[in-house]
Design a protein around this ligand. Structure first.
Ligand code: SAM
Length: 287
């Protein structure tokens, strides 16, 4: 379903000129509230030497604020119809726009190809909701240059990213994110500040990559796989979920948990990040 953006007064003439249509398939919910935009750009630690990476600049409402604060903005926009609008709106060499699917790019290479000096690279984005998790995981797993992310996500996702063990929102995403970053909810954002308004409220999460991870699993691949399979069926015990995944005898699994000082009837939601790392290292030894 497509609807025309004719109501955003500040950009109306540009939009009419370009005859632009909102594309739901790209998760296009445009931020149109200047007060919220001003609050959002205060959250990342941007200085005049910062390179900001924006995923999905859309009509450029957030980009405009980022350009004021940062040294340079590198923006990825998948929708080619938005490129002429962005180029018309911003006539500055502080902005590089790439018409690319962020999920398919090599972000560190694109950053290096800018050939500019900067002291830190920060992602700031009002994310397309349909690919929030893959985008965050891609940055965490593939980029060694990005150290901070300030992201608009659905409120529910923001709560999962930041939730602690033994709470209802704690899941495999919470563990994976909190292994690599310090995650906080920085701002709650009502649905009414977007056009079109989504069905749910949003929140800004701030993720700071932990520079020196003190406790690292022997195999990160096994760690992530273990975390995912431990939560496969949330109401089942950890032993039952692991039995389904690894076909290791239940008695052996129970002994492993005892070795780690964990209750043999424990569920994944009760394990800390550190517990998962210790368990993954024991599994690494035996599988
Ligand atoms: N930043 C704008 C704002 O705040 O108004 C737009 C945010 S809108 C929620 C998400 C934007 O991401 C849209 O412009 C959409 O076209 C773009 N987008 C969606 N999927 C993308 C992808 N895989 N790579 C790059 N951009 C994408």
């Amino acid at each position: 379903m497509m609807s025309k953006v004719g109501t955003i007064s500040s950009t109306k003439s540009t939009l009419d000129k370009h005859d632009f249509y909102i594309k739901k398939k790209y998760g296009q919910n445009f931020l149109v509230d200047q007060n919220i935009l001003k609050k959002i750009v205060q959250i990342p630690s941007i200085t005049e030497d910062t390179l900001v990476i924006e995923i999905g600049p859309g009509l450029g409402s957030l980009t405009e604020h980022l350009l004021v604060k940062a040294k340079h903005v590198l923006a990825y926009e998948i929708d080619k119809d938005l490129l002429p609008i962005l180029k018309d709106t911003f006539k500055t060499n502080k902005l590089t726009i790439l018409n690319k699917d962020f999920l398919k790019c090599n972000v560190d290479l694109d950053i290096k190809e800018l050939n500019i000096d900067y002291d830190q690279a920060i992602v700031v984005a009002n994310l397309p909701f349909y690919i929030t998790t893959p985008i965050i995981m891609k940055i965490i797993e593939e980029s060694s240059l990005i150290k901070e992310m300030v992201l608009m996500t659905q409120q529910e996702v923001a709560e999962r990213l930041t939730s602690k063990p033994s709470t209802k929102d704690y899941n495999s995403l919470s563990v994976a994110i909190q292994y690599k970053t310090k995650a906080i909810i920085a701002l709650k954002v009502p649905r009414s500040v977007f056009i079109p308004a989504p069905n749910v409220d949003s929140a800004i999460v701030k993720l700071n990559v932990i520079e020196n991870i003190l406790q690292k699993p022997k195999s990160e691949e096994l760690f992530y796989e273990l975390v995912r399979s431990s939560f496969a069926q949330r109401r089942k015990t950890l032993v039952n979920n692991l039995y389904n995944k690894y076909s290791i005898e239940k008695e052996i699994l129970i002994n492993l948990l005892i070795e780690l000082d964990l209750n043999p009837r424990i569920r994944a939601e009760n394990l800390s990040v550190s517990d998962f790392i210790r368990l993954s290292d024991i599994l690494y030894r035996i599988i």
